[in-house]
Design a protein around this ligand. Structure first.
Ligand code: HEC
Length: 440
């Protein structure tokens, strides 16, 4: 038996629960760097890489007269709305020396991109690739009009975006910390990784928040001082604000907001995005091991192992729960109120049913969205899921929408019916699956 086959067999056995994890990861790093994903060794084919090629070929020109102009024209090319801007002032990421409460880092997002920008720095972009899921780039901003922007795929990003904080796959993250006046997080006072299940009182430490919420106060717009034995005392509260003009010099930014609804949408979207990447990578990995084991052991050729199918079903159930907003935080009192600008931009191209309903419609009183099934079903990440996975996922979703899964009883019959109608009229692939299995 060759060494490489031995290693392979140990990996496959570990996936099947027959060998310990220690053996699986011994000397091999993270699983997505191995077959069949080969994350870092595979050239991405995402649209950002293609855009840069077109810029180099002189087919597209971005505004290179100012940093702000460059950022704006990049967002326009990527179709990322300026109104999605959220601002984070804690030194919790890259280019920390440029981030301060008076010079926050701006983030922008669409269903398929996340863009980070700090004054005077490089632009960080996460772009969704058909094979690789999220790909991490540094885009060197040209400092002269005749210079081309340079795109670098950076391995450094994976230190924070490719491990336990992102569910073991390359992914996005949101942290809530207690920042001091220099933006340094007082880590000894505790931090939170937040998503759509987190109570608002744990969210947005180190972020600016414009707009209002009923109920308990969130952690945004606050500064702290380190106290005794690692505690943190709040020393500055910017309070509830509609814009940030009184808080710092907003001139260099594309808007003066860091909208509360945009923050909540981004948190939901990141949770789904990471679950989608995990579903794709794990399914590919299990199918790969399944085929390879059959080839080598020559036992069940051509047939999927029961255990492989079971893994895929479990992964589909996990994704389904996230996309159906299971355990979503219940908004308190009168809910949340943000700027119309973000909501209009977010809703602009939303697919709608014949009666004008969309999965992107907001509720904002007791919860984020009116119809609790994620609009991320229209995203590139969802489209790129393996076919077999989607068949399993759609079957489980159909069951829930037919009221046959008590785990999701929090969706009343009317809401389930609305979700079903929207999906049948806006997601042809689901409609085909549904029609095929309607009578089976
Ligand atoms: C030291 C850890 C760290 C490194 C290294 C890092 N990031 Fe991040 N990144 C974060 C954290 C934490 C956030 C959440 C916002 C914040 O706290 O600033 C974030 C947020 C982002 C976002 C917004 C979407 C999201 O995940 O919330 C983008 C885009 C991003 N990073 C891109 C990059 C790219 C590209 C690189 C590499 C060139 C990189 N990051 C390297 C920690 C890091």
């Amino acid at each position: 038996m060759s060494v490489s086959f031995y290693q392979f067999l140990m990996s496959a056995l570990a996936v099947y629960g027959l060998a310990s994890h220690g053996q699986l990861y011994a000397g091999s790093g993270v699983f997505y760097e191995e077959a069949p994903i080969h994350y870092s060794d595979t050239d991405p084919q995402d649209p950002l890489a293609k855009l840069i090629e077109r810029i180099e070929a002189g087919e597209v020109r971005l505004n290179q007269w100012s940093e702000k102009g460059f950022l704006k024209s990049l967002l326009r090319e990527l179709d990322v709305p300026v109104e999605s801007q959220v601002l984070v002032f804690s030194k919790t990421s890259l280019q920390n020396h440029r981030i301060l409460p008076s010079r926050p880092r701006a983030l922008y997002f669409s269903d398929d991109y996340y863009v980070g920008w700090v004054q005077g720095g490089d632009i960080e972009v996460i772009s969704i690739d058909p094979q690789l899921g999220p790909v991490f780039y540094l885009l060197k901003v040209p400092r002269r009009p005749n210079e081309n922007p340079m795109l670098i795929r950076s391995a450094e990003c994976m230190n924070c975006h490719g491990g336990t904080r992102t569910g073991g796959v390359p992914g996005m993250l949101i942290r809530s910390v207690r920042p001091d006046t220099g933006g340094f997080p007082i880590l000894s006072a505790g931090t939170h990784s937040t998503d759509h299940t987190s109570p608002l009182r744990e969210r947005w430490g180190g972020w600016y928040v414009t707009g209002e919420n009923g109920g308990e106060r969130h952690m945004g717009n606050l500064l702290y001082k380190e106290g005794d034995r690692g505690s943190a005392t709040m020393i500055r509260d910017h309070g509830t604000v509609e814009d940030l003009d009184q808080v710092f010099h907003t001139g260099p930014y594309l808007t003066n907001k860091s909208d509360i609804v945009a923050l909540m949408v981004m948190e939901h979207q990141i949770t789904v995005h990471n679950a989608l990447t995990k579903a794709r990578f794990n399914t590919l990995r299990w199918l790969h091991y399944d085929t390879a084991l059959s080839d080598h052991l020559d036992s069940t050729k051509g047939e999927l192992r029961k255990r492989t199918l079971k893994y895929i079903q479990k992964e589909a159930a996990t994704l389904l729960a996230v996309m159906l907003f299971k355990d979503e935080f219940q908004l308190e009192s009168w809910g949340i109120e943000g700027s119309e600008a973000f909501q209009n931009a977010f809703l602009a191209k939303a697919p709608r049913s014949e009666d004008e309903r969309s999965l992107k419609d907001f509720e904002l009183l007791s919860r984020l969205f009116r119809h609790r099934f994620s609009y991320m079903i229209y995203s590139r990440s969802f489209d790129y899921l393996p076919k077999l996975f989607k068949v399993v996922f759609y079957s489980k979703l159909s069951e829930v929408l037919a009221g046959k899964n008590p785990e999701f009883d929090y969706l009343g019959a009317k809401e389930r019916q609305r979700i079903l109608t929207i999906l049948l009229e806006t997601k042809p692939e689901f409609a085909q699956h549904f029609d095929k299995h309607r009578n089976s």
